[in-house]
Design a protein around this ligand. Sequence first.
Ligand SMILES: [Zn+2]
Ligand SMILES: [Zn+2]
Length: 124
Amino acid sequence: MSVNKNERDAESSCLSAEMRRRLELRAQSYRERALKMFPWICARCGREFGGRKLRELTVHHKDHNHEHNPPDGSNWELLCLYCHEYEHTKFPETTGDPIRTDSSSRPPSSTFQPFADLARRLKK
Ligand SMILES: [Zn+2]
Ligand SMILES: [Zn+2]
């Protein structure tokens, strides 16, 4: 009867909420473990994080497999939101078209100068 149906509906939505909660808990736990293990510094741009800004520091999986969470943290890397996005656009998984981010969000690079050679050639 209708009462039974309602009960079943309530149960199934309860179950998916429980699964969602477990997924969130797992994500939280590897993030927390990584934050305990590593200094709160972006591994790519070297910015430091703490307090409210800490939420901008994310846990990146080096092999891009979020199920792969070795206890020694060897698959994790702490990256800020920008560098994390950059890390993923370097290896696009679905399209061969990397997403361009605007230059203000580009991580600073001191060694890579793509136009140095071009400028020298233009001067000649
Ligand atoms: Zn960064
Ligand atoms: Zn990642």
